[in-house]
Design a protein around this ligand. Structure first.
Ligand code: FAD
Length: 511
């Protein structure tokens, strides 16, 4: 067991750490990527992260520990729309949710930046088009060492586009699934993945989706890729186990003057020229609402999105799934338009292999022999449809607790996708299917709650991620999204964050 973490020797020193150029709240995809982009600038950066490092341990790959004991899961309690308490399916550690992510790093598609009309509502246009983010996507892919393949996916944005590394190889059983699907005319592409498969498998077989990499070797995440660079800045300090409670204004100014946080039972106030909020879409909105900030537009917390997603296991009794990680295939054949329904349906991708040891925690009432049979003959898919921003889907604070109100508007389109997928898998030789719509307690792809825009009346942030109301506040996490698209959000968080950091380099001088 080794422990190598960037910033593991950093210790809080109140004499030096309560005053900095930039104070970043959160060490996940948005926060760590932002800090990495400023590593060579030498500016004094303090990063407050409520979580700790995940130790390198064989436990990290043990389904009993990860799913049974839920050792790494959130310790938070939120309220749902009916005021029922629930534990969100999220993670609070150094590196944020990327420690547990599936490492699928997709660019949003070109059409995702424009308006898309669905029968259930409108997915609005961003204040800029795909071409504005294109160079930042490229930089983000390089930072997270994304592996992939271009030229196959029909939804792929136009070039220049290419990966520095070849795609993670299909295991033999999955190569067979790819062939079966392709024979039916479906375009199957390789997932863009931030995983060094040799490094990952050298420490044991099995999937990385939902399993953390405490060694920082196989999985490219916010800690292993971005924080590792950020700590190269002698002016950078990571303060772990520091939970931000509120942001405060100066008495006669609209600038954020201080940030209150707790650490080891003590309360501190930190100051900085620029405060960068990157606590994740729901927590960032909750912090702003609790602090009564940035909300002249009344948009803080609104427009919550998360994708509508399902699991679908496609079974062929004569097929044997011998894969160990499984997660290499993606289908965007129906992303922009499905010939059958005429709808933009979304993305289908393999999840990390679901072994019976894992399934038993999800299907508690099913006999183990059945789970073994399903796992042996089934292939495990994740189906995701774009969510639509609605003002009433929102984060609010009730009696000091975060309440998440989410009524999924896009279920009919999602169910059309499920039906389309079932038909497709049947044609490809997988006639038995088990489908489960995921619950509202797993905001894995949360976004949109502090959205950017061109109009201060309808958005919280300007196009550079600066709060309209407070010139020294930037928000660089998934909350800034205007729409959710129907592919995974992480790379877009990283691209926006790199772009915002570039802006901050000169903006800091103006503050
Ligand atoms: C199981 C799972 C699988 C996923 N798979 C994928 C995938 O394959 N591809 C993909 O693109 N996306 C995936 N995602 C989503 C992806 O992880 C998120 O979109 C991304 O991490 C969001 O970045 P962020 O900066 O907004 O927030 P986060 O990465 O969550 O970072 C927020 C950080 O802020 C910290 N924080 C919060 N509140 C406070 C506070 N008050 N004080 C101090 N610190 C605070 C948190 O502890 C956390 O470290 C997955 C998510 C989950 C949960």
């Amino acid at each position: 067991m080794t422990n190598t973490h960037p910033g593991q020797d950093h210790r809080f020193d109140p004499a030096t750490d309560l005053d900095s150029d930039i104070l970043i709240i959160g060490s996940g995809m948005g926060g760590a990527t932002f800090a990495s982009a400023l590593a060579e600038s030498g500016v004094r950066i303090v990063m407050l992260e409520q979580g700790d490092f995940i130790a390198d341990s064989p436990d990290n790959r043990d389904p009993d520990v990860v799913y049974g004991q839920m050792r790494f899961h959130s310790k938070l309690h939120w309220l749902d729309k009916n005021d029922q308490a629930f534990t969100p399916g999220n993670f609070e550690w150094v590196g944020g949710n990327t420690k547990f992510y599936g490492a699928v790093l997709y660019r949003f598609r070109e059409a995702d930046f424009g308006e898309r009309r669905y029968e259930e509502g409108v997915s609005p246009a961003w204040p800029f088009g795909y071409s504005e983010l294109q160079p930042w996507y490229e930089k983000a892919e390089r930072l997270y060492k994304v592996r992939g393949q271009t030229g196959v996916d029909p939804s792929e944005p136009r070039g220049p586009y290419g990966y520095d590394y070849p795609p993670v190889p299909d295991e033999p059983a999955i190569a067979d699934v790819r062939r079966r699907l392709e024979r039916t005319g479906i375009k199957v592409s390789s997932l863009p993945l931030a995983v060094d498969i040799d490094a990952w498998t050298s420490r044991g077989k099995g999937p990385w989706d939902q399993y953390p990499d405490g060694s920082n070797t196989g999985k490219m995440d916010a800690e292993s890729c971005a924080l590792t660079i950020a700590v190269g800045n002698p002016g950078f300090k990571l303060i772990r186990n520091a939970e931000v409670q509120a942001l405060e204004l100066g008495k006669s100014s609209n600038r954020i003057e201080s940030v209150t946080f707790t650490l080891g039972g003590e309360t501190h106030q930190a100051r900085a020229k620029l405060v960068v909020l990157a606590a994740g879409a729901v927590p960032s909105a909750a912090l702003l609402l609790k602090s009564g900030l940035a909300n002249t537009s009344d948009q803080v917390g609104r427009n919550f999105m998360n994708h509508v997603f399902s699991f679908l296991i496609a079974v062929n009794p004569f097929f044997s799934n011998t894969s160990s990680y499984q997660k290499t295939l993606s289908i965007n054949h129906f992303y922009d338009e499905d010939n059958d329904t005429g709808k933009a349906l979304g993305n289908m991708q393999l999840v990390g292999r679901l072994f019976p040891e894992t399934l038993r925690f999800q299907e508690k009432n099913a006999p183990y022999w059945l789970l073994k049979w399903i796992s042996r003959h089934g292939v495990d898919w994740f189906l995701q449809t774009e969510d639509i921003p609605k003002p009433d889907n929102r984060v609010v604070i009730k009696d000091g607790t975060t309440k998440l109100i989410w009524n999924r508007p896009h279920i009919p389109t999602h169910m059309a996708m499920v039906e389309r997928a079932k038909k497709m898998f049947k044609t490809a030789g997988f006639p038995i299917q088990f489908h489960r719509l995921m619950g509202e307690d797993v905001p894995y792809h949360q976004c949109g709650t502090v959205r950017m825009g061109a109009d201060p009346k309808t958005s919280v942030l300007n196009q550079n991620n600066v709060a309209w109301d407070h010139p020294n506040l930037m928000v660089v996490d998934a909350s800034s999204f205007v729409s959710s698209a129907a592919v995974n959000p992480g790379l877009t968080v990283a691209a926006l964050s790199l772009r915002a950091a570039e802006f901050a380099k000169t903006y800091l001088g103006e503050l």
